[in-house]
Ligand binder design. Sequence first.
Ligand code: AMP
Ligand code: MN
Ligand code: MN
Ligand code: MN
Length: 286
Amino acid sequence: MPHQLNADLHSHSSLSDGTLTPEALAARARAQGVELWALTDHDELAGQARAAAAARAEGIAWLGGVEISVTFAGETVHIVGLGIDPANEELGAGLARTREGRLQRARQIADGLAKVGIPGAYDGALAYVTNPDLMSRTHFARWLVDTGVCRDNGEVFRRYLVSGKPGYVAHRWAGLGEAVGWILAAGGAAVIAHPGRYKFTPIEEYALFSEFKAHGGAGIEVLTGSHGSADAAKYAAMAIEFDFAASRGSDFHSPDESRIDLGTLPKLPKQLEPIWQRLEARIQRP
Ligand code: AMP
Ligand code: MN
Ligand code: MN
Ligand code: MN
């Protein structure tokens, strides 16, 4: 696959916290000119077979994908697995354990919101859930926007759902080494998602990158819907410094919410090694 490929290797469907089905996403990816696509639902593989079939039907190349929630240095970090075999049992079992605490966490989020005068959030958010195993903060955000409490998801997170706010619940996800291990066991490559989003000091970030590499991590997202041009430049330099391959993915969730549509990010800078060049053998071609 060429360097300047329109690859979109990070997106979400209704099997996690996206609003489109895998089929609708594949159709949108093709319409947006995407040439290589991965569905990377949070902690969930249930959409993979549908995504593979839909990509084939749309005539676009496809890689298996997942986005795993990890706890590192007390923060939540997301690790994308690309080229994974969705039938791998070790990965499937690890993700099932990672999903387990979500409903209880959602109860605690709702309790926190009730204390600041927002009752009924659990049932409210549940009405937006499209996969009962994957109740997410995004579903609370949609409910709080549609009921008029906030203008958009960004405001919900800022006011209610991030550390220090009334609906924030600290949660222990998978370990970094575990998540990378499951991805490698499933034949995939591990990538640090949207590195510019974490609230790490430079020392913590260096520790994340170094430990990730020691566990066998292969790359970082340089181009993502979460990065501005300064982030993209910073992480392009860090990819070279750490000898990481680079990934490109919109992190598309919904036509109504996502700032960056499928396939619309700039192309990867020429000096970086695209992650898809390490995954040639894992690509399903139409
Ligand atoms: P959870 O896995 O339940 O903790 O939910 C995390 C999800 O919330 C992420 O995958 C994003 O889709 C969404 N999210 C996180 N931060 C924000 C934000 N500031 N604005 C909008 N959505 C966000
Ligand atoms: Mn999400
Ligand atoms: Mn993420
Ligand atoms: Mn994502």
